[in-house]
Design a protein around this ligand. Structure first.
Ligand SMILES: [Zn+2]
Length: 250
């Protein structure tokens, strides 16, 4: 899945097929042999270089594979309840994988593909019908609340500055997160992602030449906020209690 994620990150924004052709070197076009295409390991064995032309491959490839594996283990440890597979594990594995993929695409191209965000909303709503964690209405409320809050911020920013501040992709991503985690997750996801994004943004403002004109992708921070909530829901809920005491658990 991590390896396939890398293929999608590389090819989807270019409009190329993600299944054909098989993995090849972008520098010398040589097909990558199966024994050089083992996730994580091959990159280290070849020291990040193509076997035929020595072109170097980004460290991001093994990183995405490792991150996917790590998140899958965490999902399994937290949600499997001793079973090999259950609905939660199945749903959350695809969710965290898709978040890794869209985050990397957002880093590279400042876009969040609709094929992930819009289908994520639909799939999230369908799964909510069977989910033990959230009702359909919690998921539906999550779509409205998650999407609505960023739509509102983006609208107010537009009125204030006369230009787009938050992309439509962020609105759809946040609606998708709401569909999967339910509306109660949204305050935590919004606040944690804006804190994380601001810290990184401020560091970059002072470290790069772009200064205050700098644009950073916001999707990765939303995704990180969602992952934090998924694995520390108790923390997220006690957080909700501080700000909205009437909404938290009794
Ligand atoms: Zn090559």
């Amino acid at each position: 899945m991590g390896s396939f994620g890398n293929v999608i990150i590389l090819r989807l924004p270019k409009g190329e097929s993600v299944v054909r052709p098989r993995s090849y070197c972008y520098s010398c076009k040589e097909l990558i042999r199966w024994y050089d295409n083992i996730p994580i390991l091959s990159w280290f064995i070849l020291r990040g270089k193509c076997r035929s032309c020595q072109a170097s491959y980004s460290f991001r490839y093994p990183l995405v594979e490792f991150l996917t594996a790590l998140l899958f283990c965490l999902v399994y440890m937290r949600f499997s309840e001793g079973k090999i597979i259950n609905l939660r594990v199945f749903e959350y594995i695809f969710f965290v994988w898709a978040l890794v993929v869209v985050s990397m695409i957002d880093f590279d191209h400042m876009i969040l593909p609709d094929v992930f965000t819009l289908s994520g909303i639909v799939v999230g709503l369908v799964f909510s019908i069977f989910s033990p964690d959230r009702s359909f209405w919690e998921a539906f409320g999550g779509v409205l609340f998650g999407g609505g809050i960023f739509w509102l911020i983006s609208y107010m920013y537009y009125i204030w500055r006369g230009e787009d501040g938050i992309g439509g992709g962020d609105i759809k991503l946040s609606a998708w997160i709401g569909a999967v985690l339910g509306w109660k997750a949204i305050p935590f996801v919004v606040l944690s992602s804006s804190i994380l994004g601001s810290v990184v943004g401020l560091i970059l403002v002072f470290k790069t030449k772009a200064g205050w004109k700098l644009k950073i992708p916001y999707g990765p921070y939303l995704a990180l906020g969602a992952v934090l909530y998924l694995f520390c829901e108790e923390f997220g809920m006690s957080f909700l209690n501080i700000f909205f005491p009437s909404l938290g658990p009794e």
